[in-house]
Design a protein around this ligand. Structure first.
Ligand code: ZN
Length: 72
């Protein structure tokens, strides 16, 4: 019986331009620093209970927030 090793959750950039645009095609809010993005993510957690991660965008080289992705 195999046991899965628990891996540390590391934020990673999402592939391509999909990390810069929402599903509806509009650009996401961009933050110049990771700290700004994290502070906004923290506020979202406080207000809405949504766990967001921050990542640097390959497209605009700023920071965005997104839902935490988990491999299933
Ligand atoms: Zn971007």
């Amino acid at each position: 019986m195999k046991r899965r090793k628990s891996r540390p959750v590391t934020p990673r950039p999402l592939a391509g331009m999909s990390s810069h645009f929402k599903k509806d095609g509009s650009p996401k809010v961009a933050y110049r620093t990771q700290r700004e993005a994290q502070e906004s993510a923290q506020a979202t957690w406080t207000l809405h209970g949504l766990d967001l991660q921050t990542y640097r965008c390959d497209y605009c080289h700023q920071w965005h927030m997104g839902k935490a992705f988990r491999e299933e």
